[in-house]
Every structure is written in structure tokens, then in C-alpha cells.
Write a protein that binds this ligand. Structure first.
Ligand SMILES: [Ca+2]
Ligand SMILES: [Ca+2]
Length: 574
């Protein structure tokens, strides 16, 4: 049985549901519906024989709504389609991967559409300074309107005042990250019938009842005519000090959403300019709180180069769920001086950067504070919720890196290490002579719950018989599991190493020997005794110096009471 899982938490789910398609079901996009198991994760378990399979996840039930698999984790089917692939050798629960991404969901980045282009460093040309341009950039994560958000970005509306047009709109919508509006006075926004828009309008359109100054207005559902009721925040001069903002200068814009009062506030040059109180979730988005966010812009006969610089991973999450042992990236907005302070600092890779990696073993509320672009102290909280149950996580109490059994003379060395542990009380080494009936021989305490790499080592006396060894793990509730493979270790009685050292004319027997006298007998190939000595063993070695032999012989090692320990061929080549 193979369980496939996909994290759809950054997507608006298709009414047709989430599907899996692969070469194991003839690539049918509608045949294999996945189940919502919570936390944005969709899952399906299939009975597949061992083999290599290619597959994709689909947000809907038709081709065209399938994910774009990054080449980094995909395989080209020979026709330019990149698919995921997996090798199945046993029952397995595959970890939940982010739709369209390689592993867990990463923070937002912007998707460019139409004439929009990247300028690097989180900056984009929404439109170039040309006639009849139309661009849009969309974050590929979504905003949850049931939570507060604060987004800050830098807008540059170009240098043409008299001949400049048309403006940029901050937009919330539910159509995805690949949509584009129309050019002209609608600023690329007027096409979106279910939306919120905050327009930064630099062109006077009499037909839209624009004021003559460059202005901000708050609108819904693509309506840019301020005379209509969809204008929920009346036009106001954009800059508190200047009728013209096509000045080629960067301007800081802050957009805050208070989900409790359903109030949207728009700041320009760090001054509150416009606000609207409106039930966006119910009155615009049909009760759905998750929306895409981004910017549209357009030009017409008149134009400007219109730019946005926005941190794509500005904090828009209040809570993120992770599986035990997993990590997540936290995100703060832009700090004016680059200084961030995350608390607590525990389980963060760096508490002083915008986007630290958090790997807490238990649910932790992190708080970040920094000075935003307006030199206002921003304090934001994000809860990293470590799931303790539920099907979203494959609960592996111990993530084992390796388990080795090594031998040296009569000693056994057990070595193992873990990547992470979850409520792990102790390990047990078990031994078996027959491979079926095991008995505990060693107990080693674990590290309870940890995301750090831990190495373990234990010693035991090697048996004379062949034996099997395995590693068990017991959690704090007393439940034990076998982890790692069972190792076969040959009995020690056979394990004598005979070596001849030509330079010293030394014949050496190494094995499980006490510091006591032993008898060594050497026979030639006809069975004639050619040397016999009584030698005291030291540290497991019996050493014969000064041999007057050359050729192939039989060596017999005995205890003083005559018990034979070893007999085997030895070559003495001088
Ligand atoms: Ca206008
Ligand atoms: Ca102007």
C-alpha cells in the first residue's frame, strides 16, 4: 500500500476536488480523487506492486489544472512534461509535498503575468514605460482574511506626470496566480469581478469620476468608477503633501487588515490615507477567507514605468502546523535596518533574521519585533503548532540514520544514530541465536524529543555461536518497536586470524584468547609434526618467532587441556 499526500494549503481548492494521476492509472485526471485529511493535506492510499511510478497532483479533474512540478524533483516524460516519480519497494506513506513544489510549502514568491518582469531583489516592473501595457504579479501563497495582516511595499509610479498613466492596484482575488486583466484606465484590475482593489491611480479618467490629482481609492469587484457603490473607500489624494506622485521616487505603502473589525487601512508615505470597513469574506468572496494577493498595473496611450518592491514572504500566517520533527520557515516583513528579534530563540536556526527556520519539538508561539519601513515597531506572533495526532503526519517516533554492528575480537560494538526522536524513552539491543527468539541484552536511554542528530554506541561480549542482533525503541508510553534491520554476526570461535610477517619471521594467531598458555602445533602437508610450542597469549595474540619453516603447513591451536580451538592452513613464504 502506498499513501500519496499533497499539501494544498496554498491553493484555492477546485470544486471538483484534488486528484492524483499517474502511469499506474493511465494518467486519468478524474479517476483518483484524494481525501481532505485536514491541515490542507489531501491523501489517498493505493495498492501498488513494487516498481517505479510517475505521477502528478491535480487541483480539479482536468489537465490544465495539474501542478507544475519543479524539474529539481521531477522527471521529464520525454515530451516536456515534468512528473513526480517514486520507487516503491514496500508499504510506505509518502510525506505530504506542497502542490507544485518539491517538499514542504515554502513562503510566497510572486508569479509574473503579462508585461510584468522581475527586477531582482523583490522588485518588479508591473509595467514597462510603454503604451498599452498590462501586467500582474501574484503571490503564490494566500492571505487568510479571518486573520489580521500587515503588508508593506514600495511603489514607484514613474516620472511622466503630464503624460503618465495609468497606475497600480493592490488586489485580493480568488482566481489564482496566473490571471491577468486588461490594459488602460482599469489598471489591469477592472476585469476581476470578485475582488478587492486598492488603486494607486495616476491618470484622470473623467468617465470613472476620477479626481484630477493622483489618488487612492478602495474598490470591490473590479469597479473603478467612483460613482458606484463598489467604491467602498472614496478617492483621496495619494500623497498627503503632493497632488502628483509620478515623481520617480519610491513611496512606502502599508496595507493593514483588522479581521475583528473588518477594517482595511491604507498608508502612503507612512500616513493613513484611506480606510474601509467591509465584510470582504462574506460580501465579496462568498464566505471564503483565503485569497490571492498581488498587484496589477496598466498603461494606455499614456504610460509610465511602474514598479513595486515587495517582500514576498511578508508575514501573513498566524499559525502553521508542522509534523513532529519537521521544520517551517517563519517570515517577517521588511525591516528598515535589517534588525529582527525573534523570541524565544529556542529551536530557531537564527533569531535575528527575517525568515528563520523553526524546528520546535512542541507547539511554540514565536514573536518577532522589528522596525518597519516607516520606523514603526512591528510586533507579530506566529504559532508553530506541532501536531500530536491525526493523519496529516506519518508518526515515526524515531528517525534512524543508521544501525551498525561491528566486531573486534570478542567484542561487539553497536553503533546507531538518529535524526530526530519523538517521546523516545530508551533503546534496547536484543540478541537471538536462532533468529526468531530474541532476548534483551542492553538498554540505552534515548533523548526523549529532539530534532538534533544523536549518536549512540554500546558494547557487549561477542558470542561463540552465530547470533542475530536487532534494535528496539520504546516510547514513554511503553510501546516498543523494532527499528533498523536485524544484523547477523558470526560466532567468535571461528574468528582466528593467522598472519605471517616475513621481515620478523613471525607467525601470529589473533583471536579470542585469554592471557594464558596455549599449545601450537604445526604439521607439514604429509601430516608430520614439524613444530610444537607452548606460548602465553597476550592481548589476544599468540606469536611464534624464529620459525625454521618455509611452505604450506597445517596449524593447530589448543588449550593446555588439549581442547582444540583452531586448525587451518598457513603459508609461510620466506
Ligand atoms: Ca484613472
Ligand atoms: Ca500625476
Amino acid at each position: 500500500m502506498v499513501t500519496f499526500q499533497v499539501d494544498m494549503s496554498q491553493m484555492v481548492i477546485s470544486p471538483q476536488g484534488v486528484h492524483l494521476a499517474g502511469d499506474f492509472q493511465a494518467w486519468d485526471p478524474a479517476a483518483t480523487l484524494m481525501t481532505d485529511i485536514g491541515g490542507g493535506v489531501y491523501s489517498i492510499t493505493l495498492d501498488l506492486p513494487p516498481g517505479v511510478y510517475e505521477y502528478k497532483f491535480i487541483n480539479g479533474d482536468t489537465w490544465g489544472t495539474d501542478e507544475i512540478v519543479p524539474i529539481a524533483c521531477g522527471i521529464d516524460d520525454g515530451m516536456g512534461n515534468i512528473n513526480r516519480f517514486v520507487t516503491i519497494s514496500a508499504d510506505v506513506v509518502l510525506p505530504a509535498v506542497c502542490f507544485g513544489q518539491c517538499n514542504v510549502c515554502q513562503p510566497a514568491s510572486f508569479v509574473m503575468n503579462g508585461n510584468a518582469t522581475s527586477l531582482g531583489s523583490n522588485c518588479y516592473n508591473v509595467t514597462p514605460g510603454l503604451q498599452w501595457q498590462n501586467g500582474a504579479i501574484w503571490s503564490n501563497t494566500q492571505i487568510d482574511l479571518n486573520m489580521d495582516f500587515s503588508l508593506q511595499f514600495v511603489i514607484n509610479l514613474g516620472t511622466n506626470d503630464a503624460g503618465g498613466a495609468d497606475g497600480i492596484v493592490f488586489v485580493l482575488q480568488r482566481l489564482g496566480s496566473a490571471v491577468i486583466g486588461a490594459n488602460g484606465g482599469g489598471m489591469g484590475y477592472s476585469s476581476f469581478g470578485t475582488s478587492l482593489g486598492v488603486e494607486f491611480d495616476t491618470f484622470y479618467n473623467a468617465g470613472y469620476n476620477d479626481p484630477t490629482y493622483d489618488h487612492i481609492a478602495i474598490e470591490i469587484n473590479g469597479q473603478v468608477n467612483h460613482a458606484f457603490p463598489e467604491c467602498i473607500g472614496a478617492p483621496v489624494q495619494m500623497s498627503p503633501t503632493n497632488a502628483n506622485t509620478e515623481d520617480g521616487l519610491p513611496h512606502i505603502v502599508t496595507i493593514n487588515w483588522d479581521s475583528t473589525t473588518q477594517t482595511l487601512r491604507v498608508y502612503f508615505d507612512c500616513t493613513l490615507r484611506a480606510q474601509a470597513t467591509y465584510d470582504l469574506v462574506n460580501n465579496v468572496f462568498g464566505g471564503e477567507p483565503l485569497v490571492f494577493w498581488g498587484f496589477t498595473g496598466a498603461t494606455g496611450e499614456m504610460f509610465n514605468q511602474q514598479r513595486i518592491c515587495a517582500v514576498p514572504n511578508a508575514m501573513i500566517t498566524d499559525q502553521v502546523d508542522i509534523c513532529p520533527g519537521a521544520s517551517t520557515m517563519l517570515s517577517a516583513g521588511t525591516s528598515v535596518n535589517g534588525i529582527y528579534n525573534w523570541t524565544p530563540a529556542t529551536y530557531l536556526n537564527n533569531p535575528n533574521i527575517a525568515s528563520p527556520i523553526a524546528s520546535p519539538p512542541t507547539t511554540t508561539v514565536y514573536t518577532v519585533s522589528y522596525l518597519d519601513l516607516c520606523f514603526t515597531t512591528v510586533t507579530q506572533q506566529v504559532t508553530v503548532n506541532v501536531l500530536t495526532s491525526g493523519p496529516a503526519c506519518f508518526f515515526l517516533p524515531v528517525s534512524l540514520a543508521n544501525f551498525e554492528v561491528k566486531t573486534f575480537h570478542d567484542e561487539l560494538f553497536f553503533e546507531w544514530s538518529t535524526y530526530s526522536e519523538w517521546q523516545n524513552d530508551f533503546f534496547t539491543i536484543e540478541e537471538s541465536i536462532d533468529g526468531y527468539s530474541f532476548q534483551a541484552i542492553l538498554e540505552v536511554p534515548g533523548h526523549f524529543t529532539t530534532n538534533e542528530h544523536h549518536e549512540y554506541r554500546a558494547e557487549h561480549t561477542r558470542r561463540r555461536e552465530d547470533a542475530y542482533y536487532r534494535l528496539l525503541q520504546t516510547d514513554i508510553n511503553g510501546q516498543s518497536r523494532i527499528i533498523g534491520q536485524t544484523h547477523f554476526v558470526k560466532g567468535f570461535s571461528d574468528d582466528y586470524i593467522i598472519q605471517y610477517f616475513k621481515q620478523q619471521n613471525l607467525l601470529q594467531v589473533m583471536g579470542n584468547l585469554e592471557d594464558a598458555p596455549y599449545v601450537v602445533e604445526i604439521f607439514d602437508v604429509s601430516g608430520r609434526l614439524v613444530d610444537q610450542r607452548s606460548i602465553v597469549s597476550q592481548s589476544g595474540y599468540v606469536q611464534l618467532f624464529g620459525l625454521e619453516l618455509n611452505g604450506i603447513y597445517m596449524l593447530v591451536l589448543k588449550k593446555m587441556d588439549g581442547t582444540s580451538l583452531y586448525n587451518g592452513k598457513v603459508v609461510i613464504s620466506k
